[in-house]
Design a protein around this ligand. Structure first.
Ligand code: DGT
Ligand code: CA
Ligand code: CA
Ligand code: ZN
Length: 576
Protein backbone atom coordinates (compact mmCIF):
# COMPACT_ATOMS: atom_id res chain seq x y z
CA UNK A 1 0.00 0.00 0.00
CA UNK A 2 1.30 3.47 -0.80
CA UNK A 3 2.53 5.52 2.07
CA UNK A 4 1.25 9.08 1.86
CA UNK A 5 3.53 11.99 2.70
CA UNK A 6 2.27 15.12 4.44
CA UNK A 7 2.53 17.01 1.15
CA UNK A 8 0.42 14.43 -0.70
CA UNK A 9 -2.31 14.48 1.94
CA UNK A 10 -2.30 18.28 1.90
CA UNK A 11 -2.60 18.27 -1.87
CA UNK A 12 -5.65 16.02 -1.70
CA UNK A 13 -7.39 18.37 0.72
CA UNK A 14 -6.53 21.38 -1.42
CA UNK A 15 -8.09 19.60 -4.35
CA UNK A 16 -11.16 18.73 -2.28
CA UNK A 17 -11.45 22.44 -1.34
CA UNK A 18 -11.27 23.55 -4.97
CA UNK A 19 -13.68 20.93 -6.24
CA UNK A 20 -16.16 21.61 -3.44
CA UNK A 21 -16.03 25.30 -4.22
CA UNK A 22 -16.72 24.63 -7.89
CA UNK A 23 -19.57 22.36 -6.91
CA UNK A 24 -21.07 25.21 -4.89
CA UNK A 25 -20.39 23.94 -1.38
CA UNK A 26 -20.85 26.50 1.41
CA UNK A 27 -17.71 28.59 1.80
CA UNK A 28 -17.28 27.64 5.46
CA UNK A 29 -16.68 24.00 4.44
CA UNK A 30 -14.32 25.01 1.64
CA UNK A 31 -12.23 27.12 4.02
CA UNK A 32 -12.14 24.26 6.50
CA UNK A 33 -10.59 21.95 3.88
CA UNK A 34 -8.07 24.63 2.90
CA UNK A 35 -7.12 25.24 6.48
CA UNK A 36 -6.60 21.52 7.07
CA UNK A 37 -4.46 21.27 3.93
CA UNK A 38 -2.32 24.18 5.05
CA UNK A 39 -1.79 22.76 8.54
CA UNK A 40 -0.86 19.36 7.17
CA UNK A 41 1.59 20.86 4.68
CA UNK A 42 3.27 22.74 7.50
CA UNK A 43 3.12 19.99 10.07
CA UNK A 44 6.55 19.34 11.53
CA UNK A 45 5.83 15.64 12.12
CA UNK A 46 4.88 12.72 9.92
CA UNK A 47 1.11 12.55 9.51
CA UNK A 48 1.24 8.73 9.58
CA UNK A 49 2.81 8.94 13.00
CA UNK A 50 0.20 11.43 14.21
CA UNK A 51 -2.54 9.13 12.93
CA UNK A 52 -1.09 6.04 14.61
CA UNK A 53 -0.78 7.94 17.88
CA UNK A 54 -4.47 8.93 17.57
CA UNK A 55 -3.46 12.57 17.49
CA UNK A 56 -4.84 13.76 14.15
CA UNK A 57 -7.31 16.06 15.86
CA UNK A 58 -4.46 17.94 17.53
CA UNK A 59 -3.60 19.32 14.08
CA UNK A 60 -5.09 22.82 13.79
CA UNK A 61 -8.15 22.74 11.52
CA UNK A 62 -8.56 18.97 11.72
CA UNK A 63 -11.84 18.00 13.40
CA UNK A 64 -13.50 14.60 13.67
CA UNK A 65 -14.83 14.54 10.09
CA UNK A 66 -11.52 15.41 8.45
CA UNK A 67 -9.62 13.12 10.83
CA UNK A 68 -11.85 10.22 9.71
CA UNK A 69 -11.09 10.98 6.08
CA UNK A 70 -7.34 11.07 6.72
CA UNK A 71 -7.54 7.85 8.72
CA UNK A 72 -9.36 6.08 5.91
CA UNK A 73 -6.79 7.28 3.38
CA UNK A 74 -3.77 6.28 5.43
CA UNK A 75 -5.16 2.89 6.41
CA UNK A 76 -6.72 1.81 3.10
CA UNK A 77 -5.12 4.01 0.44
CA UNK A 78 -8.64 5.20 -0.50
CA UNK A 79 -10.94 8.00 0.54
CA UNK A 80 -14.60 7.32 -0.26
CA UNK A 81 -15.49 10.99 -0.01
CA UNK A 82 -12.75 11.99 -2.45
CA UNK A 83 -13.73 9.27 -4.91
CA UNK A 84 -17.36 10.40 -4.88
CA UNK A 85 -16.42 14.04 -5.27
CA UNK A 86 -14.08 13.46 -8.22
CA UNK A 87 -16.72 11.25 -9.90
CA UNK A 88 -19.10 14.18 -9.64
CA UNK A 89 -16.75 17.11 -10.37
CA UNK A 90 -13.94 16.47 -12.91
CA UNK A 91 -10.59 17.08 -11.13
CA UNK A 92 -9.17 18.89 -14.18
CA UNK A 93 -11.51 21.78 -13.31
CA UNK A 94 -8.98 22.70 -10.62
CA UNK A 95 -6.68 24.08 -13.30
CA UNK A 96 -9.56 26.07 -14.80
CA UNK A 97 -10.20 27.59 -11.37
CA UNK A 98 -6.52 28.52 -11.32
CA UNK A 99 -6.93 31.02 -14.19
CA UNK A 100 -6.70 34.57 -12.84
CA UNK A 101 -10.11 36.29 -13.29
CA UNK A 102 -11.90 32.94 -13.08
CA UNK A 103 -13.61 32.11 -9.80
CA UNK A 104 -15.76 29.13 -8.82
CA UNK A 105 -18.94 30.58 -10.36
CA UNK A 106 -17.42 31.09 -13.80
CA UNK A 107 -15.75 27.68 -13.65
CA UNK A 108 -19.10 26.09 -12.84
CA UNK A 109 -20.85 27.96 -15.64
CA UNK A 110 -18.31 26.87 -18.27
CA UNK A 111 -18.48 23.30 -17.06
CA UNK A 112 -22.23 22.88 -16.65
CA UNK A 113 -23.37 24.94 -19.64
CA UNK A 114 -20.64 24.26 -22.19
CA UNK A 115 -19.16 21.04 -20.80
CA UNK A 116 -15.66 22.51 -20.59
CA UNK A 117 -13.52 20.64 -18.08
CA UNK A 118 -9.89 21.50 -18.82
CA UNK A 119 -7.61 24.44 -19.52
CA UNK A 120 -7.16 23.35 -23.14
CA UNK A 121 -10.92 23.15 -23.72
CA UNK A 122 -11.51 26.55 -22.16
CA UNK A 123 -8.79 28.04 -24.35
CA UNK A 124 -10.29 26.63 -27.55
CA UNK A 125 -13.77 27.82 -26.60
CA UNK A 126 -12.49 31.31 -25.74
CA UNK A 127 -10.60 31.57 -29.01
CA UNK A 128 -13.76 30.54 -30.88
CA UNK A 129 -15.76 33.26 -29.07
CA UNK A 130 -18.08 30.77 -27.41
CA UNK A 131 -17.69 32.00 -23.83
CA UNK A 132 -19.35 35.39 -24.35
CA UNK A 133 -22.72 33.65 -24.66
CA UNK A 134 -22.63 32.66 -20.99
CA UNK A 135 -24.47 34.86 -18.49
CA UNK A 136 -22.02 37.22 -16.78
CA UNK A 137 -19.40 36.74 -19.51
CA UNK A 138 -18.63 39.08 -22.39
CA UNK A 139 -15.96 39.63 -25.04
CA UNK A 140 -13.90 41.41 -22.39
CA UNK A 141 -14.10 38.45 -20.01
CA UNK A 142 -13.11 36.19 -22.85
CA UNK A 143 -9.94 38.09 -23.64
CA UNK A 144 -9.09 38.34 -19.95
CA UNK A 145 -9.42 34.57 -19.68
CA UNK A 146 -7.11 34.07 -22.66
CA UNK A 147 -4.56 36.46 -21.17
CA UNK A 148 -4.91 34.61 -17.87
CA UNK A 149 -4.20 31.24 -19.48
CA UNK A 150 -1.12 32.72 -21.10
CA UNK A 151 0.06 34.20 -17.81
CA UNK A 152 -0.39 30.79 -16.18
CA UNK A 153 1.81 29.14 -18.78
CA UNK A 154 4.62 31.66 -18.35
CA UNK A 155 4.32 31.60 -14.61
CA UNK A 156 4.70 27.89 -13.95
CA UNK A 157 7.82 28.35 -11.83
CA UNK A 158 7.45 31.91 -10.73
CA UNK A 159 8.25 31.81 -7.03
CA UNK A 160 11.74 32.98 -6.19
CA UNK A 161 13.90 32.60 -3.11
CA UNK A 162 14.93 35.40 -0.79
CA UNK A 163 18.30 35.82 -2.48
CA UNK A 164 16.45 37.11 -5.55
CA UNK A 165 13.60 38.95 -3.83
CA UNK A 166 15.31 40.65 -0.91
CA UNK A 167 17.95 42.78 -2.69
CA UNK A 168 15.50 44.24 -5.21
CA UNK A 169 12.88 44.87 -2.53
CA UNK A 170 15.48 46.79 -0.56
CA UNK A 171 16.41 48.89 -3.59
CA UNK A 172 12.77 49.76 -4.26
CA UNK A 173 12.11 50.67 -0.64
CA UNK A 174 15.26 52.80 -0.51
CA UNK A 175 14.32 54.61 -3.72
CA UNK A 176 10.79 55.30 -2.47
CA UNK A 177 12.07 56.50 0.90
CA UNK A 178 14.06 59.19 -0.94
CA UNK A 179 10.94 60.78 -2.45
CA UNK A 180 10.14 63.97 -0.56
CA UNK A 181 6.40 63.25 -0.45
CA UNK A 182 6.80 59.79 1.10
CA UNK A 183 6.26 59.80 4.88
CA UNK A 184 6.66 56.09 5.55
CA UNK A 185 7.59 53.06 3.48
CA UNK A 186 7.97 49.35 4.19
CA UNK A 187 7.70 46.06 2.44
CA UNK A 188 4.76 43.83 3.34
CA UNK A 189 3.46 40.44 2.18
CA UNK A 190 5.44 37.23 2.28
CA UNK A 191 8.71 39.15 2.19
CA UNK A 192 8.03 40.83 5.53
CA UNK A 193 6.99 37.46 6.96
CA UNK A 194 10.30 36.04 5.66
CA UNK A 195 8.72 33.15 3.78
CA UNK A 196 11.29 30.88 2.13
CA UNK A 197 9.91 31.65 -1.32
CA UNK A 198 8.19 34.77 -2.56
CA UNK A 199 5.42 35.09 -5.17
CA UNK A 200 5.43 38.85 -5.65
CA UNK A 201 6.71 41.90 -3.78
CA UNK A 202 4.30 44.06 -1.82
CA UNK A 203 5.35 47.56 -0.85
CA UNK A 204 3.38 50.06 1.15
CA UNK A 205 3.89 53.81 1.41
CA UNK A 206 2.19 56.53 3.40
CA UNK A 207 1.89 59.79 1.53
CA UNK A 208 -0.51 62.64 0.88
CA UNK A 209 0.40 62.55 -2.81
CA UNK A 210 -0.37 59.02 -4.04
CA UNK A 211 -0.46 60.01 -7.71
CA UNK A 212 3.02 61.52 -7.54
CA UNK A 213 4.37 58.47 -5.71
CA UNK A 214 2.84 56.06 -8.24
CA UNK A 215 4.28 57.99 -11.12
CA UNK A 216 7.78 58.06 -9.58
CA UNK A 217 7.55 54.35 -8.86
CA UNK A 218 6.72 53.45 -12.47
CA UNK A 219 9.83 55.30 -13.57
CA UNK A 220 12.29 53.51 -11.29
CA UNK A 221 15.13 51.82 -13.21
CA UNK A 222 14.20 48.38 -11.80
CA UNK A 223 10.74 48.56 -13.44
CA UNK A 224 10.27 46.92 -16.82
CA UNK A 225 6.59 47.64 -17.48
CA UNK A 226 3.40 48.69 -15.74
CA UNK A 227 0.71 46.02 -15.44
CA UNK A 228 -1.91 47.99 -13.55
CA UNK A 229 -2.04 51.65 -12.81
CA UNK A 230 -4.46 53.16 -10.32
CA UNK A 231 -4.53 56.20 -8.08
CA UNK A 232 -3.42 54.40 -4.95
CA UNK A 233 -2.31 51.06 -6.36
CA UNK A 234 0.23 50.13 -9.03
CA UNK A 235 1.40 46.76 -10.19
CA UNK A 236 4.58 46.46 -12.23
CA UNK A 237 6.84 43.84 -13.74
CA UNK A 238 10.46 44.23 -12.70
CA UNK A 239 13.53 43.65 -14.83
CA UNK A 240 14.38 40.54 -12.82
CA UNK A 241 11.03 38.99 -13.86
CA UNK A 242 9.27 39.50 -10.53
CA UNK A 243 6.09 41.47 -10.11
CA UNK A 244 5.61 44.12 -7.46
CA UNK A 245 2.51 45.73 -5.94
CA UNK A 246 2.73 49.22 -4.54
CA UNK A 247 -0.05 50.69 -2.44
CA UNK A 248 -0.34 54.12 -0.99
CA UNK A 249 -2.37 55.05 2.09
CA UNK A 250 -2.85 58.04 4.30
CA UNK A 251 -0.45 58.24 7.23
CA UNK A 252 -3.35 57.96 9.69
CA UNK A 253 -4.16 54.48 8.31
CA UNK A 254 -0.61 53.18 8.08
CA UNK A 255 -1.02 50.67 10.91
CA UNK A 256 -4.17 49.05 9.49
CA UNK A 257 -2.77 48.88 5.97
CA UNK A 258 0.62 47.47 6.99
CA UNK A 259 -1.12 44.84 9.11
CA UNK A 260 -3.46 43.88 6.27
CA UNK A 261 -0.89 43.72 3.47
CA UNK A 262 1.62 41.83 5.56
CA UNK A 263 -0.83 38.93 5.76
CA UNK A 264 -0.84 36.07 5.68
CA UNK A 265 -4.34 35.82 4.34
CA UNK A 266 -5.10 33.01 6.81
CA UNK A 267 -3.85 35.13 9.72
CA UNK A 268 -5.98 38.05 8.53
CA UNK A 269 -9.09 35.89 8.24
CA UNK A 270 -8.63 34.68 11.83
CA UNK A 271 -8.06 38.23 13.02
CA UNK A 272 -11.19 39.47 11.29
CA UNK A 273 -13.21 36.68 12.93
CA UNK A 274 -11.86 37.73 16.30
CA UNK A 275 -12.85 41.33 15.58
CA UNK A 276 -16.38 40.24 14.61
CA UNK A 277 -16.74 38.33 17.88
CA UNK A 278 -15.94 41.56 19.69
CA UNK A 279 -18.47 43.53 17.66
CA UNK A 280 -16.04 45.17 15.25
CA UNK A 281 -15.36 44.89 11.59
CA UNK A 282 -11.67 45.01 10.67
CA UNK A 283 -10.50 46.17 7.26
CA UNK A 284 -7.35 47.36 5.58
CA UNK A 285 -8.46 50.91 6.42
CA UNK A 286 -9.78 50.85 9.96
CA UNK A 287 -11.78 49.14 12.66
CA UNK A 288 -15.50 49.88 12.64
CA UNK A 289 -17.81 49.49 15.62
CA UNK A 290 -21.42 48.28 15.41
CA UNK A 291 -22.53 51.94 15.65
CA UNK A 292 -20.41 52.58 12.53
CA UNK A 293 -17.83 54.58 14.49
CA UNK A 294 -14.42 54.31 12.86
CA UNK A 295 -11.05 53.95 14.54
CA UNK A 296 -7.93 54.48 12.42
CA UNK A 297 -4.59 53.08 13.45
CA UNK A 298 -1.34 54.81 12.58
CA UNK A 299 0.71 52.00 14.13
CA UNK A 300 0.41 48.27 13.59
CA UNK A 301 0.70 47.51 17.31
CA UNK A 302 -2.54 49.43 17.88
CA UNK A 303 -4.49 47.08 15.63
CA UNK A 304 -3.51 44.12 17.77
CA UNK A 305 -3.99 46.07 20.97
CA UNK A 306 -7.54 47.02 20.00
CA UNK A 307 -8.36 43.33 19.65
CA UNK A 308 -6.85 42.45 23.02
CA UNK A 309 -3.71 40.96 21.55
CA UNK A 310 -0.02 41.59 22.12
CA UNK A 311 2.00 42.53 19.02
CA UNK A 312 2.46 39.44 16.85
CA UNK A 313 5.78 39.37 14.96
CA UNK A 314 5.33 39.13 11.16
CA UNK A 315 7.22 35.82 11.05
CA UNK A 316 4.49 34.21 13.17
CA UNK A 317 1.51 35.39 11.11
CA UNK A 318 0.57 32.16 9.38
CA UNK A 319 -2.43 31.08 11.46
CA UNK A 320 -0.40 28.36 13.09
CA UNK A 321 -1.72 29.04 16.57
CA UNK A 322 -0.21 32.52 17.06
CA UNK A 323 -3.52 34.30 17.64
CA UNK A 324 -4.66 31.72 20.19
CA UNK A 325 -1.26 31.88 21.92
CA UNK A 326 -1.44 35.68 21.91
CA UNK A 327 -4.87 35.62 23.56
CA UNK A 328 -3.51 33.32 26.26
CA UNK A 329 -0.46 35.54 26.72
CA UNK A 330 1.77 32.63 25.65
CA UNK A 331 3.55 33.90 22.56
CA UNK A 332 7.18 32.78 22.53
CA UNK A 333 10.01 35.24 23.01
CA UNK A 334 11.73 34.81 19.68
CA UNK A 335 15.46 34.66 19.11
CA UNK A 336 16.84 37.82 17.49
CA UNK A 337 19.88 38.44 15.33
CA UNK A 338 21.60 40.24 18.22
CA UNK A 339 21.54 37.03 20.24
CA UNK A 340 23.88 35.22 17.85
CA UNK A 341 27.44 35.15 19.19
CA UNK A 342 29.26 33.26 16.49
CA UNK A 343 29.09 30.87 13.58
CA UNK A 344 30.15 27.26 13.28
CA UNK A 345 30.16 26.70 9.54
CA UNK A 346 31.99 28.72 6.87
CA UNK A 347 34.45 28.17 4.05
CA UNK A 348 37.68 29.71 2.77
CA UNK A 349 39.88 29.42 -0.31
CA UNK A 350 41.27 26.24 1.27
CA UNK A 351 38.23 24.55 -0.34
CA UNK A 352 35.51 26.25 -2.40
CA UNK A 353 35.29 29.56 -0.54
CA UNK A 354 36.18 32.78 -2.30
CA UNK A 355 38.03 34.57 0.48
CA UNK A 356 41.06 33.80 2.64
CA UNK A 357 40.76 32.68 6.23
CA UNK A 358 41.97 36.10 7.30
CA UNK A 359 39.35 37.95 5.23
CA UNK A 360 36.61 35.77 6.67
CA UNK A 361 37.90 36.25 10.20
CA UNK A 362 38.24 40.04 9.91
CA UNK A 363 34.72 40.31 8.54
CA UNK A 364 33.31 38.17 11.36
CA UNK A 365 35.20 40.25 13.91
CA UNK A 366 33.91 43.49 12.39
CA UNK A 367 30.39 42.10 12.74
CA UNK A 368 30.93 41.66 16.44
CA UNK A 369 31.12 37.86 16.51
CA UNK A 370 32.84 36.25 19.48
CA UNK A 371 33.88 33.16 17.55
CA UNK A 372 34.05 31.70 14.06
CA UNK A 373 34.70 28.12 13.01
CA UNK A 374 36.45 27.64 9.67
CA UNK A 375 34.91 24.43 8.32
CA UNK A 376 36.12 23.67 4.82
CA UNK A 377 35.01 20.62 2.87
CA UNK A 378 36.70 17.24 3.19
CA UNK A 379 38.52 15.35 0.45
CA UNK A 380 35.80 13.13 -1.01
CA UNK A 381 34.00 16.24 -2.25
CA UNK A 382 36.69 16.57 -4.92
CA UNK A 383 35.09 19.34 -6.96
CA UNK A 384 35.32 21.70 -4.00
CA UNK A 385 39.00 21.05 -3.46
CA UNK A 386 38.15 19.34 -0.19
CA UNK A 387 40.96 18.80 2.31
CA UNK A 388 42.65 15.53 3.28
CA UNK A 389 44.24 14.99 6.72
CA UNK A 390 47.57 16.40 5.59
CA UNK A 391 46.23 19.74 4.36
CA UNK A 392 43.91 19.92 7.33
CA UNK A 393 47.04 19.96 9.55
CA UNK A 394 48.58 22.73 7.44
CA UNK A 395 45.34 24.68 7.70
CA UNK A 396 45.50 24.57 11.47
CA UNK A 397 48.83 26.38 11.36
CA UNK A 398 47.34 29.16 9.25
CA UNK A 399 44.34 29.49 11.57
CA UNK A 400 46.71 29.89 14.51
CA UNK A 401 48.72 32.50 12.62
CA UNK A 402 45.62 34.51 11.75
CA UNK A 403 44.43 34.27 15.36
CA UNK A 404 47.54 36.19 16.44
CA UNK A 405 46.43 39.15 14.34
CA UNK A 406 42.87 39.26 15.72
CA UNK A 407 41.68 41.26 18.72
CA UNK A 408 38.49 39.79 20.06
CA UNK A 409 37.38 37.04 17.67
CA UNK A 410 38.20 33.47 18.59
CA UNK A 411 39.04 31.61 15.41
CA UNK A 412 38.43 27.89 15.58
CA UNK A 413 39.32 24.96 13.40
CA UNK A 414 36.56 22.70 12.14
CA UNK A 415 35.44 20.80 9.09
CA UNK A 416 32.34 20.19 7.06
CA UNK A 417 33.03 16.50 6.80
CA UNK A 418 31.31 14.55 4.06
CA UNK A 419 28.93 11.78 5.12
CA UNK A 420 29.81 9.13 2.58
CA UNK A 421 27.34 6.85 0.79
CA UNK A 422 27.41 4.24 3.55
CA UNK A 423 27.25 6.71 6.44
CA UNK A 424 30.94 6.55 7.26
CA UNK A 425 32.84 9.83 7.48
CA UNK A 426 35.61 11.24 5.35
CA UNK A 427 38.01 11.59 8.33
CA UNK A 428 39.02 9.06 10.94
CA UNK A 429 37.79 9.55 14.50
CA UNK A 430 41.34 10.38 15.44
CA UNK A 431 41.47 13.30 12.99
CA UNK A 432 37.99 14.49 13.98
CA UNK A 433 38.93 14.42 17.65
CA UNK A 434 41.66 16.98 16.96
CA UNK A 435 39.21 19.57 15.64
CA UNK A 436 37.33 22.21 17.59
CA UNK A 437 34.00 21.63 15.86
CA UNK A 438 32.65 19.11 13.35
CA UNK A 439 29.73 19.68 10.98
CA UNK A 440 28.77 16.59 8.97
CA UNK A 441 26.79 16.96 5.74
CA UNK A 442 25.47 15.04 2.76
CA UNK A 443 26.28 16.53 -0.66
CA UNK A 444 26.25 13.46 -2.90
CA UNK A 445 23.95 10.48 -3.30
CA UNK A 446 21.01 12.71 -2.46
CA UNK A 447 18.73 10.46 -4.50
CA UNK A 448 19.13 7.44 -2.27
CA UNK A 449 15.87 5.95 -1.01
CA UNK A 450 14.40 7.03 2.29
CA UNK A 451 15.70 4.21 4.45
CA UNK A 452 19.23 4.26 3.02
CA UNK A 453 19.78 7.98 3.27
CA UNK A 454 18.18 8.19 6.71
CA UNK A 455 20.35 5.37 8.07
CA UNK A 456 23.36 7.13 6.60
CA UNK A 457 22.72 10.39 8.45
CA UNK A 458 21.76 8.56 11.65
CA UNK A 459 25.07 6.72 11.60
CA UNK A 460 26.93 10.03 11.37
CA UNK A 461 24.86 11.44 14.24
CA UNK A 462 25.82 8.51 16.43
CA UNK A 463 29.51 9.36 15.98
CA UNK A 464 30.48 11.18 19.20
CA UNK A 465 32.84 13.50 17.29
CA UNK A 466 30.08 14.92 15.11
CA UNK A 467 28.65 18.05 16.70
CA UNK A 468 26.12 19.12 14.08
CA UNK A 469 24.43 18.04 10.86
CA UNK A 470 24.65 20.64 8.08
CA UNK A 471 21.62 21.55 5.88
CA UNK A 472 19.74 18.38 6.93
CA UNK A 473 17.18 18.08 4.10
CA UNK A 474 19.48 18.96 1.18
CA UNK A 475 16.85 21.09 -0.55
CA UNK A 476 17.83 23.85 -2.98
CA UNK A 477 14.90 26.21 -3.18
CA UNK A 478 13.22 26.50 -6.59
CA UNK A 479 15.85 24.09 -8.00
CA UNK A 480 16.03 20.78 -6.16
CA UNK A 481 13.61 19.07 -3.82
CA UNK A 482 14.77 17.84 -0.47
CA UNK A 483 16.28 14.37 -0.31
CA UNK A 484 14.08 11.50 0.85
CA UNK A 485 15.70 11.67 4.32
CA UNK A 486 13.19 11.07 7.10
CA UNK A 487 13.53 14.32 9.01
CA UNK A 488 11.21 13.12 11.74
CA UNK A 489 13.65 10.33 12.47
CA UNK A 490 16.58 12.77 12.30
CA UNK A 491 14.83 15.03 14.81
CA UNK A 492 14.23 12.08 17.11
CA UNK A 493 17.86 10.91 16.97
CA UNK A 494 19.02 14.47 17.45
CA UNK A 495 17.00 14.78 20.65
CA UNK A 496 18.40 11.44 21.78
CA UNK A 497 22.10 12.01 20.97
CA UNK A 498 22.37 15.77 21.47
CA UNK A 499 23.69 16.21 17.93
CA UNK A 500 22.80 19.72 16.85
CA UNK A 501 20.85 20.38 13.67
CA UNK A 502 21.73 23.32 11.48
CA UNK A 503 19.42 26.00 10.19
CA UNK A 504 21.49 26.81 7.12
CA UNK A 505 20.87 30.47 6.29
CA UNK A 506 21.89 30.38 2.62
CA UNK A 507 18.90 31.92 0.80
CA UNK A 508 18.52 28.97 -1.55
CA UNK A 509 18.60 26.51 1.35
CA UNK A 510 16.93 27.74 4.57
CA UNK A 511 17.32 24.19 5.76
CA UNK A 512 15.95 23.08 8.26
CA UNK A 513 12.77 24.79 7.16
CA UNK A 514 10.36 26.59 9.49
CA UNK A 515 8.02 23.61 10.00
CA UNK A 516 10.84 21.33 11.12
CA UNK A 517 12.30 24.06 13.33
CA UNK A 518 8.92 24.20 15.04
CA UNK A 519 8.99 20.47 15.63
CA UNK A 520 12.61 20.64 16.80
CA UNK A 521 11.61 23.29 19.32
CA UNK A 522 8.81 21.05 20.60
CA UNK A 523 11.20 18.11 20.94
CA UNK A 524 13.93 20.11 22.67
CA UNK A 525 16.42 19.55 19.84
CA UNK A 526 19.48 21.84 19.87
CA UNK A 527 19.69 24.02 16.77
CA UNK A 528 22.47 26.19 15.34
CA UNK A 529 22.08 28.98 12.78
CA UNK A 530 24.96 29.15 10.27
CA UNK A 531 25.38 31.12 7.07
CA UNK A 532 27.74 28.55 5.50
CA UNK A 533 29.49 31.67 4.15
CA UNK A 534 31.79 31.27 1.15
CA UNK A 535 32.72 34.99 1.12
CA UNK A 536 32.35 37.76 3.71
CA UNK A 537 29.13 39.20 2.32
CA UNK A 538 27.41 35.82 2.80
CA UNK A 539 27.45 36.58 6.52
CA UNK A 540 24.61 39.02 5.71
CA UNK A 541 22.36 35.99 5.21
CA UNK A 542 22.28 35.42 8.96
CA UNK A 543 19.12 37.52 8.99
CA UNK A 544 17.33 34.91 6.86
CA UNK A 545 18.45 32.04 9.08
CA UNK A 546 17.29 33.85 12.19
CA UNK A 547 13.95 34.63 10.49
CA UNK A 548 13.52 30.93 9.68
CA UNK A 549 14.18 30.09 13.33
CA UNK A 550 11.61 32.71 14.35
CA UNK A 551 9.07 31.30 11.88
CA UNK A 552 9.57 28.02 13.75
CA UNK A 553 8.85 29.77 17.09
CA UNK A 554 12.44 29.36 18.34
CA UNK A 555 13.70 31.35 21.31
CA UNK A 556 17.26 32.02 22.46
CA UNK A 557 17.19 28.82 24.51
CA UNK A 558 16.79 26.69 21.38
CA UNK A 559 19.74 28.11 19.44
CA UNK A 560 23.15 26.88 20.58
CA UNK A 561 25.22 29.63 18.97
CA UNK A 562 23.61 32.20 21.22
CA UNK A 563 25.94 30.74 23.88
CA UNK A 564 29.64 31.48 24.39
CA UNK A 565 31.70 28.83 22.57
CA UNK A 566 32.80 27.02 25.74
CA UNK A 567 29.25 26.71 27.02
CA UNK A 568 28.11 25.46 23.65
CA UNK A 569 30.78 22.75 23.74
CA UNK A 570 30.19 21.81 27.36
CA UNK A 571 26.65 20.90 26.56
CA UNK A 572 27.43 19.01 23.40
CA UNK A 573 26.21 15.45 23.13
CA UNK A 574 24.44 15.82 26.45
CA UNK A 575 27.70 16.71 28.18
CA UNK A 576 29.83 13.84 26.83
P1 DGT B 1 3.13 35.60 -2.11
O1 DGT B 1 3.09 36.89 -2.85
O2 DGT B 1 2.44 34.49 -2.83
O3 DGT B 1 4.52 35.19 -1.73
O4 DGT B 1 2.34 35.75 -0.73
P2 DGT B 1 1.76 37.07 -0.04
O5 DGT B 1 1.39 36.70 1.35
O6 DGT B 1 2.69 38.21 -0.21
O7 DGT B 1 0.39 37.31 -0.81
P3 DGT B 1 -0.12 38.48 -1.78
O8 DGT B 1 1.00 39.18 -2.45
O9 DGT B 1 -1.14 37.85 -2.64
O10 DGT B 1 -0.88 39.47 -0.82
C1 DGT B 1 -0.21 40.22 0.16
C2 DGT B 1 -1.03 40.28 1.41
O11 DGT B 1 -2.24 41.02 1.20
C3 DGT B 1 -1.49 38.93 1.89
O12 DGT B 1 -0.51 38.26 2.67
C4 DGT B 1 -2.71 39.30 2.69
C5 DGT B 1 -3.30 40.45 1.94
N1 DGT B 1 -4.33 39.96 0.99
C6 DGT B 1 -4.25 39.92 -0.35
N2 DGT B 1 -5.38 39.43 -0.89
C7 DGT B 1 -6.19 39.12 0.12
C8 DGT B 1 -7.50 38.58 0.22
O13 DGT B 1 -8.17 38.27 -0.77
N3 DGT B 1 -8.01 38.41 1.47
C9 DGT B 1 -7.29 38.75 2.58
N4 DGT B 1 -7.81 38.55 3.80
N5 DGT B 1 -6.07 39.25 2.53
C10 DGT B 1 -5.51 39.45 1.33
CA1 CA C 1 3.33 39.01 -2.23
CA1 CA D 1 0.87 40.97 -4.05
ZN1 ZN E 1 29.28 24.30 3.79
Amino acid sequence: MPRYTNQQVAQIFNQIADLSEIKGEIIYRVLAYRKAADSIANLGRDINEAWQAGKLQEIPGVGPAIADKIGELLSSGQMTFYNKLTAEVPPSLVEVLGIPEVGPKKTRAMWQTLGLTSLAEVKTAAEAGQLRALPGFGPKTESKILAGIEALASRATDRVHMGVAFPVARELVTALARLPQVRRVNYAGSLRRFCATIGDLDILVASGDPVGVMSAFRQLPQVESTLLSGETKTRVRLLNGMEADLRCVDETQWGSALQYFTGSQAHNVKLRELALKRGFSLSEYSLRGEDNSEIRFAEEEEVYQALGLPFIEPELREDRGEIEAGLRGELPRLVSIHDIRGELHCHSTWSDGQASIEEMALSAEARGYEYLVISDHSQSLGMTGGLGPERLREQRAEIQAVQERLHRLRLLHGTEVEIKGDGSLDFSDHVLAGLDFVVASVHSGLRQDRDTITARVVRAMRNPHVHAIGHPSGRLLTRRDESAVDLHEILRISAETGTMLEINAAPDRLDLDDAHVRRAVELGVRLVINTDAHRPRDFDNLLLGVATARRGWAGVEHIANTLPFEALLDRRKGGV
